[in-house]
Design a protein around this ligand. Structure first.
Ligand code: FAD
Ligand code: NAD
Length: 475
């Protein structure tokens, strides 16, 4: 006899495991099937984010940023540390410990929410049945009233530069490097390229980033992108725009890359290459024939605004559906779906999805860029406040960057907030909340901010939008 559940979630990443937990909190009988495989073949819940993405990358970003600050900033504080040495083995061990603690923590969360966690492969069959293949190969057919697909994504390969796990690495491989390469090439100046390029640059590698487009960070507000480019240059990240890689040759313990740019044919010899040109939805082996679930031409599971697929009772969330490939977007979708299944209210506000690049300075935004507002034709006003004018930023020796607000002239609504500077990823939360509540610029202006804090920069930027900044009045 097959076992039956109210909800079966396929995929235990940051979209799937929150869906399972919320379904459990809603009193539903729920199982979460996850097939993640670690390098040693073992299983851990948490998907890309916890095992090979957000968490390990942030651990290395933090460690490498400390190295950089010890070398570049401590002297200004009057701290003499002599020469700063990198113990990469310890850095990687710390990272592995964080990943282990976080992924193992999910078992405890599942227990508390009465979720049955199943390691192995899940495949949706017609009629809301799920074939579960356990790690030992044993197959069982489970039944569910509702199924949530949360199968995630995988790195997009670049055919002329195939991954080999030693010299040509994907983002996971780039997090596992055990000796700082002398010369590193990163293909793709996107979020991964800039974050992981920064890590290895700070640890001493000569890093060249080859980006196919002519514009750096085209999805960001361009005032922000220009400021970011200045800081990447200062760090020593060499970013070559308009570079199209055509071939890679392994030679002498390294890789020789051939590419073309505005200047014609070029070449670059490095010790390692990281390919980070985007990710694509991962749905291999997920759907049997006849389920009714539709996959679009780019491989994404087709869903409506509430993550319902074309098959009755089947939902899909996270990286395997449209929208930004971000852990927090997947989490909110998973939670929404679990609430909808339980007959409760559920909604995701796709207009207020924050984006954060954990570089130094950090970069974060929410809502529309100035370019997007301009293209939309609505009259707008901009407020900018530089961290140079923030007492807290000065005390932190972190005066690079600014906060920028873009608001409508007609009703004063905040349309977008763009931050480059210290703790931008934390500061953006206030802007997200403001946009969630459709706040006006005046709402932010009239909100008291503690002094001296970095958050005052958002307050002052909102004031600057009406030429009323107190601390930087010439804007
Ligand atoms: P995933 O995390 O990919 O999880 C899907 C899970 O489903 C996996 O465990 C997979 O093995 C399993 N699975 C797939 N198919 C099946 C099947 N048929 N049966 C059973 N199991 C299956 N996002 C951020 O928001 N912030 C960051 O700082 C950030 N940093 C990142 C850094 C890196 C290096 C990378 C690569 C990504 C980063 N991301 C970040 C993106 C983030 O990791 C993804 O958006 C997020 O993991 C997507 O969650 P998901 O649950 O949809 O998919
Ligand atoms: P991305 O889409 O951010 O960037 C890919 C970059 O590669 C783009 O600039 C693109 O123009 C470029 N590119 C594409 N093809 C190329 C080619 N042939 N040669 C050279 N450049 C090329 O993708 P990513 O950096 O791989 O990250 C994947 C996903 O993971 C992103 O969607 C991102 O949202 C997510 N992520 C998020 C974070 C974060 O939130 N901090 C961190 C890492 C990853």
């Amino acid at each position: 006899m097959s076992e039956s559940y109210d909800v079966i979630v396929i995929g235990g990443g940051p979209a799937g495991y929150p869906a399972a937990i919320r379904a459990g909190q809603n009193g539903l009988k729920v199982a979460c099937i996850d097939g993640w495989k670690n390098r040693d073949g073992g299983h851990a819940f948490g998907g890309t984010c916890l095992n090979a993405g957000c968490i390990p990358s942030k651990a290395l970003l933090e460690s490498s940023e400390l190295v950089h600050r010890a070398r570049e900033e401590f002297a200004a504080h009057g701290i003499r540390v002599g020469s700063v040495e990198v113990d990469l083995a310890q850095m990687q061990k710390r990272k592995a410990g964080i990943v282990k603690a976080m992924t193992q923590g999910i078992a405890g969360l599942f227990k508390a929410a009465k979720v049955t966690g199943l390691a192995g492969h899940g495949r949706l069959l017609p009629g809301r049945k799920v074939e579960y293949t356990a790690a030992d190969g044993k197959r069982t057919v489970l039944e569910a009233r509702h199924v949530v697909l949360a199968a995630g994504s995988t790195p997009t390969p670049l055919p002329p530069v195939p991954f080999d796990g030693t010299y040509v690495l994907d983002s996971w491989g780039a997090l596992e490097i055990d000796a700082v390469p002398k010369r590193l090439a990163v293909i793709g100046a996107g979020v991964i390229g800039l974050e992981l390029g920064s890590v290895w640059r700070r640890l001493g590698a000569e890093v060249t980033v080859l980006e196919a487009l002519e514009t750096l960070l085209p999805m960001a507000d361009q005032q922000l992108a220009k400021e970011a480019a200045r800081h990447f240059k200062k760090l020593g990240l060499e970013i070559r725009l308009g570079a199209k890689v055509t071939a890679a040759t392994l030679a002498g313990g390294g890789v020789s890359l051939a590419y073309t740019d505005a200047g014609g044919a070029q070449s670059l010899s490095v010790d390692r290459v990281v390919v980070a040109i985007g990710r694509r939805p991962f749905t291999d082996g997920l759907l049997a024939e006849g389920t009714g679930v539709v996959v679009d031409e780019r491989g994404f599971v087709r869903v409506d605004g509430h993550c319902r697929t074309d098959a009755e009772g089947v939902y899909a969330v996270g990286d395997c559906v449209r929208g930004p490939m971000l852990a927090h977007k997947g989490k909110e979708e998973g939670v929404m779906v679990a609430d909808l299944i339980a007959g409760k209210y559920g909604e995701v506000n796709y207009r207020a999805v924050p984006a954060v690049l954990y570089t130094a300075p950090e970069i974060a935004w929410v809502g529309l860029t100035e370019e997007q507002v301009k293209a939309g034709g609505r009259a707008y006003k901009v407020g900018v406040f530089p961290f140079m004018a923030s007492g807290r930023a000065r005390a932190m020796e972190a005066t690079a960057g600014f906060v920028k607000t873009v608001s409508a002239v007609d009703d004063d609504e905040i349309l977008g907030v763009h931050i480059i500077g210290p703790m931008a990823g934390e500061l953006i939360a206030e802007a997200v909340l403001a946009m969630e509540y459709s706040a006006s610029t005046e709402d932010l202006q009239r909100t008291m901010h503690a002094h001296p804090t970095l958050a005052e920069a958002l307050h002052e930027a909102a004031l600057a939008a009406d030429k009323r900044s107190i601390d930087f009045p010439n804007r």
